[in-house]
Design a protein around this ligand. Structure first.
Ligand SMILES: NC(=O)c1ccc[n+]([C@@H]2O[C@H](COP(=O)([O-])OP(=O)(O)OC[C@H]3O[C@@H](n4cnc5c(N)ncnc54)[C@H](O)[C@@H]3O)[C@@H](O)[C@H]2O)c1
Length: 387
């Protein structure tokens, strides 16, 4: 049993609690999370947890109370970005394992502070939340990449698109404020989800040409006024990736990454499309069970195939293999991987790592520079603080 505290009882805090409540869904898990403490600055949000979980015996509006509780093994922290550095560093220094939400610091200097705390506490497991790679079809694409099935990569496109900000009457919230969300704008909000899977298979951008758009520049504040809406709504990043390949030698390919708050019609569309000389493949959460592939042999026809991928999960479950997989399943699979690793096992698929989060910061920082200068910006990796 792993005893958890949750800091931040908003949208994502509840998702973890719900995944933990149906842990029996997973088969043969060596470990089970139990939520024993919750913290939110808004005390009314903790009632949902105490109503539904008799295991919750500590509630506090001060996160430090959870860090002082010796019964707590691990923390899930899902708070606004301006708080990541302080809270994550304090959690890690308190010796609690941490699944932290992206972007893992409001900017690169905040991310560097978190990396230093990780380096100083090597016995603490720290991972960054990223659930989309756990979709079964996304796992297939990751496996193809790791086993070299694509041949020579010609190009990669990945993105994460939302649409609710198309509505100019949608009131502003913290994700639209630079002081709370960060100067990255949509990249801080959605970007790690886009960068994580390419990074996991070794597709690391070396430079970026960014076009960032602030489309809706003011919004209602919910009190009858219009206020500035400062953040970048959409980000188009054209990057170059260099590979050293045993079959193809040194070569480069373009990788286009997009994050959009304003993509009309898209509810929560995460996708990846890989075009290769021997295989192409694509998956989008818009069609959550469909994997599209185009295998190619020289001189043979070129035809896309569609395959329904059922409930073929990283961690086995009670669900029949022909049924459909969804967002809450991906969240639970991610939690299974985190708990498995904290319990001392090698996870079947590792959650987002601090190194991958640091890479996303290097990319987003370079993208801001590219937007400012109107030129190609090289990536400067963050210091791991001596690690
Ligand atoms: N993995 C995902 O799919 C996903 C989806 C949405 C958001 N997120 C991330 O989760 C984090 C939280 O986002 P959210 O959408 O849940 O936001 P939210 O606004 O719904 O929840 C954040 C909560 O933090 C609380 N809070 C603020 N200051 C606090 C403090 N000092 N101590 C304790 N609690 C405090 C707020 O009261 C609020 O309830 C962000 O990092 C965001 O990027 C991840």
């Amino acid at each position: 049993m792993l005893r958890f505290g949750i800091i931040g009882c908003g949208l994502m805090g509840r998702e973890f609690a719900s995944a933990a409540a149906r842990w029996m869904h997973l088969l043969k898990m060596p470990v089970r999370p139990e939520i024993i403490a919750v913290c939110d600055a808004n005390s009314s949000l903790m009632n949902w947890f105490t109503d539904h979980f008799s295991s919750v015996i500590q509630t506090s509006t001060d996160y430090k109370a959870l860090l002082e509780n010796p019964e707590i093994d691990a923390i899930y922290c899902a708070v606004p970005h301006n708080l990541h550095a302080q809270l994550y560093v304090d959690i890690i220094n308190a010796g609690k394992h941490l699944l932290g939400e992206k972007p893992f610091g409001i900017d690169q200097s905040a991310n560097t502070q978190i990396l230093k705390a990780i380096a100083a506490n090597p016995n603490v497991t720290v991972r960054c939340s990223s659930e989309f790679p756990f979709f079964p079809a996304a796992q297939k694409i990751i496996q193809y990449a790791q086993s070299g099935k694509f041949g020579r990569i010609i190009e990669v496109e990945a993105g994460f698109w939302h649409s609710s900000d198309l509505d100019p009457n949608k009131p502003i919230n913290w994700k639209r404020m630079i002081a709370v969300n960060g100067e990255y704008g949509v990249m801080g909000d959605l970007g790690f989800h886009v960068v994580h899977t390419p990074a996991r298979v070794g597709w690391i951008p070396k430079d970026v040409r960014a076009v960032l758009s602030n489309i809706v520049t003011e919004r209602p504040d919910g009190k009858g006024n219009m206020v500035p809406c400062e953040t970048w709504d959409n980000a188009h990043l054209l990057t170059s990736v260099a590979l050293e390949d045993s079959r193809f030698g040194h070569y480069e390919f373009p990788m286009t990454l997009s994050m959009k708050r304003i993509a009309p019609g898209e509810a929560n569309t995460w996708f990846i499309r890989v075009i290769g000389s021997e295989l192409s493949a694509e998956f989008s959460t818009k069609h959550p069970k469909t994997l599209r592939t185009l295998p190619y042999t020289a001189g043979q026809p070129q035809a896309w195939h569609e395959q329904d991928i059922g409930f073929e999960t990283v961690y086995p479950t009670i669900t029949g293999s022909i049924f459909e997989f969804g967002f809450t399943d991906a969240i639970q699979q991610m939690w299974a991987a985190f708990c498995d690793e904290v319990a001392g096992n090698t996870p079947r698929f590792q959650c987002g790592t601090p190194t991958e989060a640091a890479l996303s910061h290097a990319l987003f920082t370079a993208a801001l520079e590219s937007q400012r200068s109107g030129s190609v910006a090289k990536l400067e990796p963050a210091s791991m603080g001596g690690a």
